[in-house]
Design a protein around this ligand. Sequence first.
Ligand SMILES: CC(C)(COP(=O)(O)OP(=O)(O)OC[C@H]1O[C@@H](n2cnc3c(N)ncnc32)[C@H](O)[C@@H]1OP(=O)(O)O)[C@@H](O)C(=O)NCCC(=O)NCCS
Length: 227
Amino acid sequence: MPEDRLYFVHETACVEDGADIGAGTKVWHFSHVMKGAKVGERCILGQNVNVDAGTVIGNNVKIQNNVSVYNGAVVEDDVFLGPSCVLTNVSNPRSQVNRHALYEKTILRRGCTIGANATIVCGTTIGRYAFVAAGAVVTKDVPDYALVMGNPALQKGWMSRHGQKLGMPDADGIMTCPESGLRYREESPGLVRCLDLDEEVPLPAVLSKGTKSYRDFRSSPTTEGQG
Ligand SMILES: CC(C)(COP(=O)(O)OP(=O)(O)OC[C@H]1O[C@@H](n2cnc3c(N)ncnc32)[C@H](O)[C@@H]1OP(=O)(O)O)[C@@H](O)C(=O)NCCC(=O)NCCS
């Protein structure tokens, strides 16, 4: 590795000249970052990840094994792409018809999670901190904080910034995350906002380390009855 390089590339990975990679990023085994791709700081590209030319990936993005980020994808800061999830960039691909100039956008907003093996049909936007369950097939836009699952993916509730299901609102319409204590409210139909932390503000360090598993929170009395 050249001494002035501020990111790590495993010896089996290929980062083409002209790819722009931020400080602290790690590119693991057999991954490929093409010329013209831009990857932010402190990202992790797991094994067998492909990042196409023209792709823009933000800071602190975690991409698990076997994911291809195609031209047309915009991946904002703090996004999590689960193992073997699939992004797409042409709605109607045909081998005989060249549509290289017609790639459709898929926008993954800040902090969203795409579960393992989920597929995102192109032309869709996944909202900030939205959560796409494992194996879902997303065919339309997903609101901020929404939890969607199934094929086609349907909304099943709201998920906090910490990835905890938000239970029934109290009398003031407030839903409290059992992990962080941050409060959320549906301000208008389909529009959830965090009352305590702006969506664009990074998590304070004290809230950025998990101490209990998802199952532990599920069995705690404060979260009983959440749907
Ligand atoms: C979304 C998720 C967090 C939900 O987990 P959960 O809260 O424990 O869900 P529950 O077990 O309470 O299930 C609630 C219902 O949703 C269904 N369900 C749960 N996960 C589902 C999924 N991924 N797809 C479709 N249905 C799902 C359950 O079958 C259950 O249905 P029922 O009420 O008819 O019995 C979890 O399924 C998931 O997908 N996590 C992502 C894991 C992942 O991809 N990690 C990647 C990094 S390793």
